[in-house]
Design a protein around this ligand. Structure first.
Ligand code: CP
Length: 356
């Protein structure tokens, strides 16, 4: 277990971390989960430390798991609404007495607390693909304390860590596990790519046989696809892309269907800034919905997972979502996965904000 490399580091994407480091994060997360279950105090780990959380977008799981996690570790998570501070903005995007340059915000908060966590995607950066991640990198450039990505337009590494923690918990290993990340239909086209991109990075990094399924128009970032191919080669595992929804899940252990935006939604040069076209593309694929019949074609102990919130009735049926706590056969692991956000993020915070 390598523990020497975490203190003071940013947590922006799993692409910045290697397999051994992610295994360490998982070991710590499982240990903290055990302590939480036993009621064993661990509030000395980040006693009197402060995490500043800047949320440009809504959240249930991320906000509450970070807040509860900091309380359990003995510190405090401070919620910042960007519209109630001077909205942090990059140079060139500033509005007098309404915004504050990211470099100033980062340096001020660095004098007062121990980490800065940020969620930003979509409207706050006008759907410029990569704009939110660039802002996080700018925070990290100026901050003397770790910056944690709570979801940007490219990555959701905290979700991905909880996802693979859930895989490890259910199957005990990653080798030989067929992990299927698939697009699924939703009436809303305004969905970032962060979750699927981080999920396939994590699954390939840990050595799962990973399948990405999506309609042709719903391709993901080519740079991330290349990274997944390299990860799979490193692990002697497979990474494949298919445009067939139902056959993708045959014998799958992990079934992860969720909507994400087509390229058309992003501003040029990446996309076309065309929400109507995005909607027309989406509406061609209403049949991409997870059902109990498709779950029956997966491995007999398969788990259905989703970062949540899921669009019930569109992405997935109630029957699949609600098949939790069954003794035999496939099941829905969505609440275990959501709980694992808490333990995974406590491990991240304990390691980057604490330590010797
Ligand atoms: N999965 C996830 O990040 O949930 P929230 O949007 O509720 O934080």
């Amino acid at each position: 277990m390598r523990t020497d490399c975490f203190r003071g580091k940013d947590f922006l994407t799993l692409r910045d971390w290697d397999k051994e480091q992610v295994e360490t994060l998982l070991e710590i997360a499982f240990d903290l989960k055990r302590r939480f279950a036993l009621g064993e105090p661990h509030d000395h780990l980040l006693r009197a430390k402060t995490l500043f959380m800047i949320f440009y977008n809504q959240s249930l799981r991320t906000r509450n798991s970070f807040e509860a996690g900091m309380t359990q570790l003995g510190g405090h998570a401070h919620y910042l609404d960007p519209s109630k501070i001077y909205t942090p903005a990059l140079e060139g995007k500033e509005v007098a007495y309404s915004t504050e340059r990211v470099s100033d915000v980062a340096r001020v908060l660095s004098r007062m607390g121990h980490a800065i966590a940020i969620r930003c995607y979509g409207d706050p950066v006008d759907w410029v693909y990569g704009g939110a991640h660039e802002m996080m990198r700018e925070f990290a450039r100026w901050s003397d304390i770790p910056v944690i990505n709570m979801e940007c337009d490219k990555y959701h590494p905290c979700q991905a860590l909880a996802d693979i923690m859930t895989v490890k918990e259910k199957f005990g290993a990653f080798e030989g596990i067929k992990f299927v990340m698939s697009w699924a239909y939703s009436p809303s086209v305004h969905k970032p790519r962060a979750v699927p991109q981080s999920a396939i990075i994590a699954a390939t990094l840990m050595g799962c046989d990973t399948v990405l399924a999506h309609p042709p128009e719903m391709e993901l970032d080519p740079e991330i696809i290349a990274e997944c191919e390299a990860n799979a080669r490193m692990n002697n595992a497979t990474f494949t892309i298919t445009h067939d929804f139902e056959s993708a899940f045959k014998d799958a252990h992990v079934v992860y269907p969720k909507a994400w935006a087509p390229t058309a939604i992003f501003k040029p040069p990446v996309g076309e800034d065309n929400a109507q076209k995005a909607q027309e593309i989406f509406d061609k694929y209403k049949s991409w919905k997870m059902t109990a019949e498709i779950m029956e074609t997966a491995d007999k102990e398969a788990i259905y997972v989703h970062c949540l919130p899921a669009d019930r009735g569109w992405e997935v049926t109630n029957e699949v979502m609600d098949r939790t706590d069954v003794k035999h056969g496939w099941s829905s692991a969505i609440y275990d996965e959501a709980e694992n956000r808490l333990h995974a993020q406590k491990a991240i915070m304990a390691l980057v904000m604490g330590g010797k």
